[in-house]
Design a protein around this ligand. Structure first.
Ligand code: UDP
Length: 484
């Protein structure tokens, strides 16, 4: 008997590692666990060595086809040189539409389903043109999704700037969002980025369902609110599939000989990893305080160091992986810092193989900007965090990790608003790594590590969720065929 034809998924990733990595990992799962064939379309920013490396390894893993779309022409997008990373991303994705459409139609085997990430919602219409089901993969968490899909309602009901409110924003069935935690695109309602964000929130509903990079146990209440008609279920058009935690698998060889040897020599869970994602930078004054805080804590550390910027935030989002000169970088640190800490600390310029470091048994803490991929990578490796949010939706993630999930501690004030002093940093580092006060988060993150593992194994909630998504997909394909 002839074998049934496999479903072919076309996945579209927007630029940036925080999108590219989870989209590629989703593609791999669809193929390895659920019998799909998958083509991942990527829109590389082409300024990044790390991005090129990840695309290359996805191409060589043999599970997926990877197609690089040509760089879009942004001349009509009238972007100023200071355009925020988010604005540039939206413009790049919009201008890429003709190229994506023709790449899809040129595929030898027509795709049966389209999956786009959050910045790709404008491309959902292509799914309709091709007559195939289409889904949106939100590479973030359920609280973020709740705020996102509720933003058109907030837009109608709330007057004035969200950040100026005295009261938190109420989201039905969910933890309220404090004004200081609203996501970056919601900070200025007169800005074009805000209008785009609210529009995108409407577009996501054109999909046949949403895939979310969490697992059921991680955010049970918020997920229940998203599915309940009385709370947020009425906003959504289709089901929410929890597919996480999809993170890049660790490869010990990725560490390099020197770093691996150093890590192997350190006691178990004794090293703090310090890194601010693919784009995070900070002010020069904050770098100095962070150096002192690390040194005063007396703890071991690996620090991915970037040049300070005049404005903290997403300074290097499109330059990630460009390795800057080590000596130049050291000039931003207090005199003698590198010498005094040479036995306990390692400084890596600009970029590190993060999952490989987090998965090493000597690593016991992560000072992180709280990008969602970083948070997941920390949790699945059982590493508690110090939350240091900088931009995008990171404040929201930090609050979630500290107050709801219980795997992180944080400075008293937002690091993007106020310099965090050395004594406070010293205390945070000691708490997460060694003090008794840190015991609860250390224990909680271990618990979640095993719940994350279970979710992805056969029969686990995330495995089952992707299986259901496949069933839903088949049912829709059948319906579309019947209607024609
Ligand atoms: N990353 C890495 N090395 C670095 C910085 C980042 O491997 O030096 C990876 C990290 O492991 C994660 C992704 O890049 O998978 C960053 O995604 P995240 O959502 O954490 O933050 P973003 O960079 O999108 O703000």
């Amino acid at each position: 008997m002839e074998k049934p034809k496999k479903l072919r998924a076309a996945l579209l990733s927007s630029p940036g590692l925080g999108h590219l990595i989870p989209v590629i990992e989703l593609g791999k799962r669809l193929v390895a666990d659920h019998g799909f064939e998958a083509t991942v379309f990527v829109l590389p920013s082409r300024s990044s060595h790390a991005e090129a490396e990840i695309i290359e390894s996805a191409m060589t893993c043999k599970l997926l086809d990877v197609v690089e779309l040509p760089p879009p022409d942004l001349s009509a997008a009238s972007l100023g040189p200071d355009a925020a990373a988010g604005v540039r991303l939206v413009a790049m994705m919009r201008e890429a539409q003709p190229a994506f459409r023709s790449a899809l139609t040129a595929m030898e085997a027509r795709p049966d389903v389209l999956i786009v990430d959050l910045f790709g919602t404008e491309h959902l219409c292509i799914g309709d043109e091709l007559g195939i089901p289409k889904y949106v993969y939100v590479t973030s968490n359920a609280w973020f999704l709740a705020l996102f899909i509720y933003s058109p309602t907030l837009d109608k009901e709330v007057k004035g700037e969200y950040v100026d409110r005295a009261e938190p924003l109420e989201i039905p069935g969910c933890k309220p969002v404090r004004p200081e935690d609203v996501v970056e695109p919601m900070l200025d309602r007169s800005d074009q980025r805000y209008r785009e964000y609210v529009r995108q929130a409407g577009q996501i509903l054109m999909g046949d369902g949403i895939l979310l990079n969490v697992w059921e146990d991680l955010q049970a209440e918020t997920l229940a609110a998203l599915r309940d008609e009385e709370f947020l279920g009425w906003v959504l058009n289709g089901p929410v599939y929890t597919v996480g935690s999809l993170v890049r698998p660790a490869r010990p060889a990725g560490l390099g000989k020197e770093l691996l040897e150093w890590l192997d020599k350190q006691p178990s869970e004794s090293v703090l990893f310090v890194s601010f994602g693919s784009g995070g930078t900070m002010l020069a004054e904050q770098l100095v305080e962070l150096s002192w805080g690390l040194e005063l804590s007396g703890q071991r550390f690996i620090w991915v160091l970037r040049k300070p910027t005049a404005k903290s935030l997403d300074g290097s989002f499109f330059d990630v992986g460009k390795v800057g000169g080590g000596n130049e970088l050291l000039s931003f640190l207090p005199d003698g810092f590198a010498v005094r800490t040479r036995d306990v600390g390692i400084i890596l310029p600009s970029w590190a193989t993060q999952v490989d470091i987090l998965s090493h048994p000597s690593v016991g803490g992560f000072l992180s900007h709280c990008g969602w991929n970083s948070a997941l990578e920390s949790i699945v490796n059982g590493v508690p965090m110090i939350a240091w949010p900088l931009y995008a939706e990171q404040s929201l993630n930090a609050t979630l990790l500290v107050e709801e999930i219980g795997v992180a501690i944080r400075p008293k004030e937002l690091p993007s608003k106020k310099i965090v002093g050395r004594e406070e940093i010293e205390k945070l580092v000691r708490t997460v790594m060694v003090e008794k006060e840190g015991h609860t988060i250390r224990a909680r993150v271990k618990e979640l590590k095993s719940s994350a593992e279970k979710a992805l194994t056969k029969g686990g909630t995330s495995y089952e969720s992707l299986r259901k998504m496949k069933e839903d997909c088949k049912m829709r394909i059948h319906r579309i065929k019947k209607a024609h």
